[in-house]
Design a binder for this molecule. Structure first.
Ligand SMILES: C[S@@+](CC[C@H](N)C(=O)[O-])C[C@H]1O[C@@H](n2cnc3c(N)ncnc32)[C@H](O)[C@@H]1O
Length: 346
């Protein structure tokens, strides 16, 4: 299953490797901690909140607690939460001496409260209520899909093409399934001449995209619609077209794979953001059907899909004369075929 959280994120500057290196060089001492296992909060064994601890000790105590409870990426989880409470994105951005300083009572209580949420398997991105996507920091809220690092590559691919067309005229882009707004907002942030339309079937996603756009000062170039493209095809066509570009990271998992998702994803993220039906293609097929009526002549479409989809999409487009041409597929950083580029036939 390719949908993992956190491990290769844009915030992972302070990796397990560098932490180990700090221990090796004596910058951090990894001590046997006396607090574990200890008092219970919400049914889970957690360290007592009234201990006096330094930043370094808090990182260790929570890393060990997460480990004991089988929480994935225990060190990163502890680091991100504690960095967040200290007003930083990573602990690496703290001055070294601060690792030895004591947390204030308020900081300690907040760390304990947030780490206790992580013990329920809540993803760190929801615990700290924000995450980075490319050069933007976005608000995150369950159950809205947390943007993954592969999608940053989809945006890079699109930006490369967009930049080559700039200067000719103002461009308009449609994002199907905007989630937190990561793709549309990145594009708007990078291309000042661009206008975007973003739609999602989830009211929570629409609200979060709007909130993120507002915070980033991008709302004046963004239209946002609460639309389900499967149920409201005509309204989608009337409200959103014509556009020069369509981009989407739609739900593309095969339904049978939903049961094997990591607990963090299965429990907290909206299943309709993930489940693409029996063959993972239900929303993709609808995008392919609507695209020729939404795109301007020679307008392009950029899709993020499962590695099994590109040959299938190519075949579908070539056999069914959808009015689209399949331009090519691209791999993600793990070398799996994940991105499809198509164009409306002139
Ligand atoms: C995989 S998430 C991607 C979110 C965001 N674009 C990103 O990359 O972080 C897919 C999104 O598509 C939306 N979606 C699923 N089915 C849809 C439909 N039939 N019509 C419109 N949006 C849909 C989901 O609500 C979800 O926000």
């Amino acid at each position: 299953m390719m949908l993992g959280l956190m491990s290769v994120s844009s915030r992972s500057a302070w990796t397990q490797r560098s932490y180990t290196e700090w221990i090796r060089r004596g910058i951090i001492q990894q001590r046997a901690l006396l607090w574990l296992p200890c008092g219970g909060v919400g049914g889970a064994l957690t360290p007592p909140v009234d201990s006096i601890v330094t930043v370094e000790q808090a990182v260790n105590v929570w890393m060990q607690c997460f480990q004991q409870h089988g929480i994935s990426e225990p060190l990163l989880s502890s680091q991100y939460i504690i960095a967040h409470v200290l007003g930083k994105k990573t602990l690496q951005s703290l001055e070294r001496r601060m690792l030895q300083e004591r947390l204030s009572d308020k900081e300690r209580e907040t760390v304990w409260a947030l780490c206790s949420k992580r013990l329920t398997r809540m993803p760190v991105q929801y615990v700290i209520e924000e995450w980075d996507f490319r050069d933007l920091t976005l608000k995150m809220r369950p159950p809205v899909f947390i943007p993954r690092p592969e999608t940053e590559e989809l945006v890079s691919l699109l930006l490369k093409d967009l930049r080559s067309q700039l200067g000719v005229r103002a461009l308009r882009c449609l994002e199907v399934g905007c989630g937190s707004g990561a793709i549309s907002l990145s594009l708007l942030h990078s291309v000042p001449q661009l206008k975007a339309v973003a739609l999602d079937q989830s009211q929570e996603a629409v609200c979060l995209t709007k909130e993120n756009a507002d915070r980033l000062g991008l709302l004046d170039r963004l239209e946002i619609y609460h639309l389900d493209i499967l149920k409201e095809a005509d309204l989608t066509l009337r409200s959103c077209g014509p556009v020069d570009v369509i981009v989407s990271n739609p739900p593309y998992l095969f339904s049978q794979d939903m049961e094997s998702l990591q607990a963090e994803i299965h429990r907290f993220e909206d299943h309709s953001a993930l489940d693409g039906g029996l063959d993972g293609m239900s929303v993709i097929r609808q995008i392919l059907t609507l695209a020729p009526r939404l795109l301007t002549d020679e307008g392009r479409m950029y899709l993020e899909v499962d590695p099994r989809h590109p040959p299938h999409i190519k075949g579908l487009v070539e056999e069914s004369m959808l009015g689209l041409q399949y331009l090519g597929s691209h791999c993600d950083f793990t070398n799996r075929l994940r991105f499809c580029i198509l164009q409306k036939r002139g």
